[in-house]
Design a protein around this ligand. Structure first.
Ligand code: NAD
Length: 637
């Protein structure tokens, strides 16, 4: 993406907005890219702090790019805008809560969406050209992106004034109002940023800051407090209209340009927010109640039309006489119930493709841990807490991580062709299916070429392990890929081994499953022999499970019904791990053995037996431990 540069420079995670021709207005893609970078850097020990700046002298960021919202909204698609705002607010919240210092350099205009990016960090730097404002009422919104928090916290009634008039603050006033922290001459910024990159130490910022002269808004505080003290928009307008001062006239002119419904809701929102329970979450929740309804019931579409589509600057607002009934305000600010804003903690956005016996419980565990999981399966299956994507691209687009859990390598390659072009650069593709080493390597290569991290991470532990979050992951891929995937392995499993480069996870898996196929057959034939020798199955288990005959097949997945821990044998051999999947894995190990000229006679015999079981006998659709009833009925012939 050319609109933004995201990189690591020295000790800093660096974000530079680079759309100066559009005053660095934020697009949806820029918003998602910043969020993904912050997620990646949160736990990266190489990054001590984040520095956000922007190219060009005129603006840090003049707001959100709203043209697309207008296009979708006028076609009756309100969901696009709702998702855009919800994603943007989640980013604002992440910046606000970020565990490392976030330093922003705010030259020129910082407005609306720009405030959401630039004014929630720990060190907000302004200079001579800074102009900060919340102009949302002018397009039929209310101050959002967390801006209502700062307005509610601003001295006296400054919040109501800034929110309803869209007045611009210079650097000094922005510090006074709580939108900025440090005033540093702009000529000093480049050296300051280089220093931050070199040292990762923010103390240089305080040293570089100077005390600016008071700004014009500070000189108007007595007027602001007097006129904006009222409970409603009507109260504010009444006192302003009774005053013949220059301040009152200019203020009424400014308010006359804005949506009356938006201004009335802004004043109500600030009254509701002020108080001991004020928090960023509460502010964003209240803002979202308005924005989620703004296209359908507010003045937003009309505001955009007048400002940037027809550019006639003559919006036809609702309540044009400035008399906004309380009921209209309440309707815009009432709770959204199930549509309420979900900030989702520090969760990632995860796409999960293949919600079968294994995938569904794995995806559910990720959702339970607080991640936002969107799933897709051709069979239409779902999982608890997992949103359903309408198509495969919907489970890949904009995701931080996409996990696949599919039947075989050919399907994995098809799925990779469909999703890789949809994924954003820097995202991680984790394939947990068991597939051939060649497919794993080919998909990893394709992912790398698209700028993604890729990990092959097949699992062991069966459906019990998938449901209980106790799988073992065998991972292949780069150290960075493994580091990105590891926090998710910790949720879905109890152990993850980084086995080597791309394909190494699959190599470990097929070797492991060659052992499993052979030991399951050995365990089943031993039980069948014990039967014929008149040995009780429980006694056989008691001995073998604690003697040298013990194995996972015997101890954890005993193929004899009613013996040992609960297993598919106790459920009429319904899979569990289907015999055809074991056949697949044994085929993969023999294919690999042939490719590297390895002698694997036990693996070859296990493959023959499972092939006969699945293809010629009644094994298809049964658990792989159903080898025991097969042996029971047979003699040596
Ligand atoms: P499964 O057949 O239950 O699940 C696979 C899912 O993939 C199905 O729901 C299917 O509809 C879906 N699918 C197929 N093609 C698709 C496509 N193009 N797009 C989206 N979805 C698609 O199999 P499972 O038991 O969950 O196993 C999945 C993988 O995990 C396999 O590779 C298997 O070898 C491996 N594995 C399974 C176990 C086990 O005990 N079941 C244990 C370890 C590893």
């Amino acid at each position: 993406m050319n609109d933004i540069s995201i990189r690591i420079a020295g000790r800093t995670g660096r974000i530079t907005l680079q759309r100066p021709q559009a005053l660095n207005a934020m697009t949806y893609e820029m918003c998602l890219a910043i969020e993904a970078a912050l997620d990646t850097w949160r736990a990266d020990p190489a990054v001590d702090l984040i520095v956000i700046d922007a190219e060009g002298e005129r603006a840090f960021c003049s707001g959100g790019d709203i043209a697309e919202l207008y296009a979708t909204g006028t076609q009756g698609d309100y969901a696009y805008g709702q998702k855009f705002w919800a994603d943007e607010y989640r980013l604002n919240h992440k910046i606000f809560q970020y565990p490392k210092p976030v330093v922003s350099f705010l030259q020129g205009f910082t407005m609306g969406g720009g405030v959401g990016i630039g004014c929630h960090g720990s060190h907000r730097v302004v200079g001579d050209s800074s102009q900060i404002a919340m102009p949302e009422c002018g397009i039929g919104l209310i101050p959002d992106v967390g801006g209502s928090l700062m307005l509610a916290l601003a001295p006296d009634r400054l919040g109501e004034y800034l929110g309803t008039t869209a007045a611009r603050m210079n650097g000094s006033d922005a510090i006074f109002a709580g939108f900025a922290d440090l005033y540093v001459p702009e000529a000093d910024w480049p050296d300051l940023i280089s220093g931050l990159e070199k040292t990762g130490d923010v103390s240089a910022l305080e040293a570089a800051a100077i005390a600016p002269a008071p700004g014009p808004i500070q000189g108007q505080m007595a007027d602001i407090d007097r006129h904006f003290h009222g409970r409603t928009l009507g109260d504010v307008l009444t006192t302003l209209r009774q005053d013949d001062s220059e301040f009152a006239r200019a203020t009424l002119t400014a308010m006359g340009r804005n949506s009356p419904l938006s201004m009335a809701c802004t004043i109500e929102a600030l009254h509701r927010l002020r108080g001991p329970s004020l928090s960023m979450e509460k502010a964003l929740d209240l803002e979202y109640r308005f924005t989620a309804r703004a296209m359908e019931h507010g003045d937003f579409l009309e505001g955009i039309r007048a400002a940037i589509i027809d550019k006639d600057r003559a919006p036809k607002w609702q309540f044009a006489d400035m008399v906004v009934p309380t009921s209209a305000v309440s309707k815009m600010l009432m709770p959204l119930k199930e549509m309420a804003l979900q900030l989702g903690g520090t969760g990632m956005k995860i796409g999960f493709i293949g919600l079968g016996n294994m995938g569904a419980p794995m995806a559910a565990n990720l959702a339970k841990a607080g991640h936002s999981v969107t799933g897709f399966d051709v069979a239409g299956t779902t999982a608890k807490g997992v949103a359903q994507a309408p198509d495969i691209a919907g489970a890949a687009r904009g995701m931080d991580v996409v996990i696949t859990m599919l039947p075989n390598g050919a399907i994995l390659r098809d799925v990779a062709d469909a999703i890789i072009p949809q994924m954003r650069a820097g995202a991680t593709l984790i394939d947990c299916s068991t597939v051939d080493v060649e497919s794993a390597r080919a998909v990893a290569e394709q992912a790398h070429a698209a700028g993604l991290l890729a990990v092959d991470a097949p699992v062991s532990g069966g459906i019990g392990g998938a449901a209980g979050g106790t799988l073992t992951f065998m991972a292949g891929g780069s150290a960075n890929g493994f580091a990105a995937a590891e926090p998710l392995f910790e949720i879905m499993g109890q152990k993850a081994v980084h086995c080597g480069d791309a394909g190494a996870g699959q190599a470990a898996k097929i070797c492991n499953n060659m052992i499993l196929g052979a030991t399951m057959i050995a365990t089943c034939e031993a039980f069948a022999l014990a039967d014929k020798l008149g040995l009780d199955r429980q006694k056989m288990f008691d001995v073998a499970s604690t003697s040298s005959g013990y194995s996972w097949s015997m101890n954890a997945y005993c193929p004899a019904p009613g013996v040992g821990p609960t297993s598919p044998a106790d459920n009429d051999y319904l899979p569990g791990f289907a015999a055809e999947l074991m056949l697949k894995d044994l085929g993969l190990s023999q294919q690999a053995a042939e490719a590297v000229d390895a002698d694997t006679p036990m693996g070859a015999r296990a493959l023959e037996l499972y092939r006969a079981f699945v293809e010629d006998e009644d094994g298809r659709g049964r658990d792989f431990s159903a080898m025991l009833p097969r042996f029971e009925t047979r003699g040596r012939g």
